[in-house]
Design a protein around this ligand. Structure first.
Ligand code: 9MR
Length: 662
C-alpha cells in the first residue's frame, strides 16, 4: 500500500447492532447496513499531497489557505483547461465489481462554477471516462460535497479519480476525500428464481456494467432471462461523434446475456434525450430547423445510425425500442415537439422503423413510452400506432414503461391500458417497470418504511398477476434495474433514496420479490427480510428454533459441513457454511451447532436464524431452506468479528449428531 493513502479498515462487526430478527415488513435494508469499509482517506493534514497529482501541467500542493476539516487541504493552480484538476491513482485500491462510495469536498479560490467527480480508466491504452457525480454548483465561499457511487466493471490497467469543472479554469481546493464500500452479501441461492415462477413471458432487468459482475451477475443470472442495457445502446453511447461508432459499453452486456441464454431488448434507436447535439446541428453549424435541407440531413444521420447499430448486433438483439417517448398528450396531434419532430415531422418515425426492419428483419420493432396507463396519453399513443400500422410502417409492438409507485396506477387502469391495444393485434411488453416507494416529490425517507414496502409487494403481486393473464399478448416484462442499490429513482425527480425493485441494496429478496415469486409469503415471517439481522440470544426471532421446535428427521449419521471464510479484514470476517444431508432421509428442518475456538462473534447472519451464547453457536434453517433431500445441501452466511486469530470451528453437530467436516 502506498504511503500516500491511508487505509482505514473499519471493523464491521464492532459497529453492528445485534437486533431482533425482522420480517420484511418491519424495516428497510438501508437502515441495517453495516459500517462501510473505508479504503481511501485524503485529509491533507500532513502537509503533503498524499499521492494526488494534476492531470496535465497544472500544479497541486498542500495548502493551509482553507480547509474543510483540520487545517490542511489540497490546492490546484495553473489550470489551463476545465478537465484539468486533482487526480489520484486508485488502481490498487478499487476492485472490479465492488460498489464504492466516493466523497470529496470542493471549493473554488474565486468565482463560481460547476464541479464534477469522475473516474478515468484505461484498458490497453484506450481511455474511458465514467462520471461519478455530475455538475454540482461550487464557489469560493463554502465547501461543497460531491458524493457518488462507482463500480468498476471491466479489467483496467489505469484507474484514477479526478475532479474537474464545467467552464472555468481557476484555482480550486479539495479536502477530505474518502472512498468506502459495504461488503456484498452472497445472493440467496435457495429461493425460487423469478424466471422459473413466471413462465408466461421472459422477465428482464435493465443493466449497466455493474450488474454483470460478481454477486450482481449471479443475481441477474438466477432470476432473469432477459436484459435491457439501460444506457449503453443509446445514441450518446454508440455514436458520440458523427460516424464514430463505439460499442465498448454495450458489448460486454450483450456478451453476458448471450453467455447466459438471456434475451436482449435493444434500447433505444431514437430518443430526444441522450442524443448528442451534433445530430441536430445543420451543415451550416446552426441548430437545425424545419428546412428541407436539415430534414434530409437529419434523416440521413438517423438511417446511418440505425444501419450501424442494428447491424452490429445482428440477431443477438431480438427486440428494438425503435422510437422512445414520442408522445405528448398535451399536443392536439399527440406528438412530442422534439427536434426530431420539428425538423422531420412524422417521417423520423417512419424512417426509423423502415430502416430497422431492413437491417434487422428478425427483430420485433417497438414503440416505447411512459404513462401509457394515463387515458389521454394511452389514447394518443393508440392513435399514432393505428395510423402507422395503416400506413404499413413495420411496427410489431407497444412498450409500456410502467414507472409507477406504490399507490398509482390502479390495476383496473393498467388493465384498460393493455386492453386498449388488443384490437391492433400487436405484441405488448412491459419495458421499464419499477415501483417507487414515494407518492409525492416532497417525501424523503432515510430508510424505506415498512408499510411502503408492504404496499409495494402488493403492487408487484397484483401487476404480475394481471400481466400473466395476457400470455401470448404480453411477450416480455422488464424491470428498470436489478436491485435497489442502482436505480435511476435515487436522483429523479429529486435526490433521495428510493427502493423500487425486487431486491434490496444488498441484493437480498424484499417482500416485493415475494409479491412476484410467492405472494403467500408477503409480510409473514416466512418472508426473508431485506437484510436478515441475527436475533439476539434473548430475543428469539421467527427463524430461531424454540425448545419445542421439532427436530429434523435424521436417519443415520447424516451430515457434512463445509465452513469457508470468504473475506477477512482487521477485526472482521465473512464466512459461508454449507451443510449437506449425507444420510438417506430428507430433513424438513435442521439446526447446526458449533463452538468458536477463539472468541469469534457473529454479528449478522442470512439464510438462517442464529443464537450465540459465549462460544456456542446454534443456527436454524430459515423457512425456505429447511427441506434438504438426501445428497442436497443448505447454505447460510454470516459476518463476524475476531481478535488475534480466526481459526475455523473444529466440529459441528446437527441436533446432537456429529457431522463430518468437509
Ligand atoms: O436509466 C436511465 C438513466 O441512467 C439515465 O440517466 C436516464 C437519462 O435519460 O435514462 C434512464 O433511462 C430512461 C429510459 O431510457 C427511458 N425511459 C425512462 C428511463 C428512466 O429515466
Amino acid at each position: 500500500m502506498r504511503a500516500s493513502l491511508r487505509l482505514a479498515l473499519v471493523s464491521l462487526a464492532a459497529a453492528l447492532p445485534v437486533a431482533a430478527a425482522m420480517v420484511a415488513t418491519t424495516a428497510a435494508s438501508a437502515a441495517d447496513e453495516p459500517t462501510p469499509i473505508t479504503v481511501l482517506t485524503s485529509d491533507f493534514e500532513d502537509g503533503t499531497t498524499q499521492g494526488w497529482a494534476g492531470r496535465a501541467s497544472e500544479a497541486v500542493a498542500a495548502s493551509t489557505t482553507v480547509a474543510h476539516g483540520g487545517s490542511g487541504s489540497l490546492a490546484v493552480t495553473g489550470r489551463t483547461a476545465t478537465w484539468q484538476g486533482p487526480s489520484l491513482d486508485v488502481l490498487g485500491e478499487f476492485e472490479k465489481g465492488t460498489a464504492y462510495t466516493i466523497s470529496a469536498w470542493v471549493r473554488l479560490a474565486t468565482g463560481s462554477d460547476n464541479a464534477r467527480l469522475s473516474v478515468e480508466r484505461r484498458t490497453d491504452g484506450i481511455a474511458a471516462y465514467d462520471q461519478v457525480v455530475g455538475n454540482t454548483a461550487v464557489d469560493s465561499g463554502r465547501w461543497v460535497n460531491l458524493t457518488g457511487r462507482y463500480t468498476l466493471a471491466t479489467d483496467v490497467d489505469f484507474l484514477r479519480i479526478y475532479v474537474e469543472t464545467a467552464s472555468s479554469t481557476g484555482d480550486l481546493f479539495i479536502d477530505d476525500v474518502t472512498a468506502s464500500y459495504v461488503p456484498a452479501l452472497p445472493i440467496q441461492t435457495t429461493i425460487p428464481s423469478i424466471k422459473d415462477v413466471v413462465t408466461e413471458f421472459p422477465v428482464g432487468a435493465s443493466i449497466t456494467g455493474a450488474e454483470i459482475v460478481t454477486e450482481h451477475g449471479q443475481l441477474l443470472d438466477k432470476h432473469f432471462n432477459s436484459v435491457t442495457p439501460g444506457n449503453a445502446l443509446k445514441w450518446d453511447a454508440t455514436e458520440p461523434t458523427e460516424g464514430t461508432f463505439t460499442y465498448a459499453q454495450a458489448d460486454p452486456l450483450v456478451a453476458f446475456a448471450k453467455a447466459h441464454g438471456m434475451a436482449i431488448r435493444g434500447h433505444t434507436l431514437v430518443w430526444h434525450n441522450q442524443t448528442p447535439s451534433w445530430v441536430f446541428t445543420g451543415a451550416d453549424g446552426q441548430p437545425m430547423t424545419a428546412t428541407a435541407e436539415d430534414k434530409a440531413l437529419l434523416l440521413e444521420r438517423l438511417e446511418n445510425h440505425i444501419r450501424n447499430v442494428a447491424a452490429h448486433y445482428g440477431t443477438d438483439i431480438g427486440v428494438w425500442d425503435v422510437v422512445n417517448e414520442v408522445i405528448d398528450e398535451n399536443q392536439a396531434d399527440g406528438l412530442r415537439r422534439s427536434t426530431w419532430f420539428t425538423v422531420a415531422g412524422l417521417d423520423y418515425i417512419r424512417t426509423a422503423f423502415r430502416v430497422a426492419r431492413e437491417v434487422a428483419p428478425h427483430a420485433k420493432l417497438f414503440i416505447n413510452d411512459y404513462n401509457t396507463n394515463v387515458p389521454a396519453k394511452r389514447d394518443k399513443l393508440y392513435a399514432l400506432v393505428a395510423q402507422l400500422k395503416s400506413e404499413g410502417v413495420p411496427i410489431d409492438g407497444v412498450g409500456h414503461q410502467m414507472h409507477i409507485n406504490v399507490s398509482w396506477p390502479s390495476v383496473a387502469e393498467t388493465k384498460a391500458m393493455l386492453d386498449k391495444f388488443l384490437p391492433l393485434g400487436l405484441e405488448q411488453q412491459i419495458t421499464e417497470m419499477d415501483v417507487s416507494i414515494y407518492t409525492s416529490n416532497g417525501e424523503s425517507f432515510p430508510a424505506p418504511p415498512a408499510d411502503r414496502l408492504l404496499q409495494q409487494a402488493y403492487v408487484y403481486r397484483d401487476m404480475f398477476a394481471l400481466f400473466r393473464q395476457y400470455e401470448g399478448e404480453i411477450t416480455s416484462v422488464t424491470l428498470w434495474g436489478l436491485a435497489d442499490d442502482n436505480t435511476w429513482l435515487d436522483t429523479f425527480p429529486v435526490t433521495r433514496k428510493d427502493a423500487p425493485l425486487l431486491f434490496d441494496t444488498r441484493l437480498q429478496a424484499k417482500s416485493a420479490y415475494w409479491g412476484v415469486a410467492d405472494p403467500t409469503k408477503i409480510g409473514t415471517s416466512t418472508s426473508p427480510p431485506p437484510t436478515t439481522v441475527s436475533p439476539s440470544p434473548t430475543t428469539p426471532g421467527p427463524t430461531t428454533p424454540s425448545p419445542t421446535t421439532p427436530g429434523p428427521t435424521i436417519g443415520t449419521t447424516a451430515c457434512s459441513v463445509t465452513y469457508r471464510v470468504t473475506g477477512s479484514w482487521q477485526g472482521g470476517f465473512q464466512a459461508d457454511v454449507r451443510v449437506t444431508n449425507t444420510g438417506t432421509t430428507a430433513w424438513t428442518s435442521w439446526t447446526l451447532g458449533w463452538q468458536f475456538p477463539a472468541g469469534q462473534q457473529i454479528s449478522q447472519l442470512w439464510n438462517g436464524g442464529v443464537a450465540q451464547s459465549g462460544a456456542t453457536v446454534t443456527v436454524a434453517n430459515a423457512s425456505w431452506n429447511g427441506t434438504v433431500a438426501p445428497g442436497a445441501s443448505a447454505s447460510f452466511g454470516f459476518l463476524g468479528s475476531w481478535t488475534g486469530t480466526n481459526p475455523s470451528p473444529a466440529g459441528y453437530s446437527l441436533r446432537g449428531t456429529a457431522c463430518t467436516v468437509a
